[in-house]
Design a protein around this ligand. Structure first.
Ligand SMILES: NC(=O)c1ccc[n+]([C@@H]2O[C@H](COP(=O)([O-])OP(=O)(O)OC[C@H]3O[C@@H](n4cnc5c(N)ncnc54)[C@H](O)[C@@H]3O)[C@@H](O)[C@H]2O)c1
Length: 391
């Protein structure tokens, strides 16, 4: 494929994330040409046709018909994770490069299958880990890489002000509250988890966590809305404070030679609001302010982050290199989330990667019921993962 030819792209799943994320990239980047769209819901196909100026013969109810198009180069798969891995596998088998929404799958066993399939097919399988490209996280990473505070010792990511957005009304708008669909605030906001590994610059080795449902305790099924994680790396630690609600947002990083701190407008959390303050403190306690390269409206920052992610995906294909967020990063992030669930239920620290004999490895959150639960677990008391019925 010549690097001057625009990539022919197919879009599978035209839901909410397309509205504010993939649509701006697919309508503005010259290196991309959207030539087909598949969605099982007629209303979403119609919406997509209007947004992208597609003809009826470019719209598909069954994604397999889209995969059969001859001159397609790549697909983006933006359906909920419950349905996504099978589609990604079919796309790789059809010889296509794939950009997959997060999280990569519901089980590590499937995540591994996806990573192996991409490798065997010699195709790029990239994750939509778009927070890498938000201006505040880009700047944090640049400062860390430039040695602003020396080696990272402890990275604290506060996401207690996450907004609980429903999915597209025309489909299953409540899927984020369904365990089977892969819902829950931590699983949905896996952004914080891959960011922790990226900022620390190493794979996680251990995780321990509390996972609870204080806000939604009365709803059925019960789904986690609060998760507090401690993650150990070879030479550093991270903590993630995750919750749907209106709590603290921002990042604080302690390094060998100083600190980095970042906060959001209206004290909200990452992804939902604009970061307005980022400063370092050196080892003599002097403060240094760093200008965040924000666009005026936060929606424009989000749109730009998706454009940059897509540009990286296209460059990875043309240059035959790994994207910034390869499937392996999605697999590791999924294991951290599942390890956190396991820790919250058993009361023990969980080693990573998960062992293949773990019920969570093959069954994901659906395997939690097979764990030996700790009698005092808050997660069990909350009835999360269907555990109350079993106790
Ligand atoms: N990267 C991000 O910042 C971000 C933001 C939101 C959502 N997401 C992820 O994107 C995915 C979709 O989320 P959403 O909020 O857009 O969901 P949504 O419910 O709004 O949209 C899902 C769409 O997929 C379609 N669909 C479902 N099954 C299909 C199938 N088999 N074939 C074709 N189309 C199918 C539905 O009709 C719907 O239009 C999820 O995995 C979610 O985690 C990522």
């Amino acid at each position: 494929m010549s690097s001057s030819k625009a990539l022919h792209i197919g879009l599978i799943g035209c839901g909410n994330v397309v509205v504010y994320g993939h649509r701006p990239a697919l309508t503005s980047l010259p290196q991309l040409q959207l030539i087909a769209l598949a969605d099982i819901t007629p209303q979403r196909r119609k919406l997509g046709a209007d947004w992208f100026g597609l003809r009826d013969d470019q719209l598909y109810a069954d994604y397999r018909d889209l995969l059969a198009i001859e001159d397609l180069d790549a697909v983006v798969v933006a359906v909920p994770q419950q349905f996504r891995p099978a589609i990604v596998l079919d796309a790789l088998a059809a010889g296509l490069h794939v950009l997959s929404e997060k999280p990569i799958a519901n089980t590590p066993a499937l995540a591994r299958q996806l990573v192996d399939a991409a490798k065997a097919a010699g195709r790029v399988l990239a994750m939509v880990h778009n927070y890498h490209f938000l201006p505040e996280y880009r700047l944090l990473k640049q400062l860390l890489d430039a040695g602003e505070i020396g080696d990272v010792r402890v990275a604290m990511l506060h996401f207690l002000g996450v907004i609980d957005y429903p999915g597209a009304a025309e489909f299953q708008s409540d899927w984020r509250h369904s365990l089977a669909a892969g819902g829950g605030v931590l699983m949905d906001m896996i952004h914080a988890v891959y960011l922790a590994e990226w900022l620390v610059g190493a794979p996680a080795q251990q995780v321990m966590a509390f996972v609870d449902a204080p806000e939604y305790a009365a709803r059925q099924p019960v789904i986690e809305d609060l998760a507090l994680l401690q993650i150990a790396f070879s030479r550093a630690y991270a903590s993630i404070h995750m919750g749907w609600g209106e709590g603290v947002g921002g990042v604080d990083i302690s390094g060998a030679d100083g600190q980095l701190r970042m906060r959001y407008k209206q004290h909200q959390s990452g992804g939902f609001n604009q970061a307005i303050e980022l400063y370092s403190v050196d080892s003599d306690w002097n403060r240094h302010d760093h200008a965040i390269p924000n666009l005026p409206a936060h929606e424009a920052n989000i749109a730009r982050s998706f454009c940059e992610l897509w540009a990286d995906f296209a460059a990875a294909i043309h240059e035959n290199r790994e994207p910034i967020a390869p499937a392996a990063a999605g697999w590791r992030a999924l294991e951290i989330v599942l390890g956190a669930y396991e820790s919250a239920v058993t009361g023990r620290v969980v080693s990573l990667p998960l062992v293949e004999s773990s019920p969570l490895y093959s069954r994901g959150a659906a395997g939690i019921g097979e764990l030996e639960a700790w009698a005092e677990s808050k997660t069990v008391a909350a009835g999360l993962f269907g555990l109350r019925a079993r106790m």
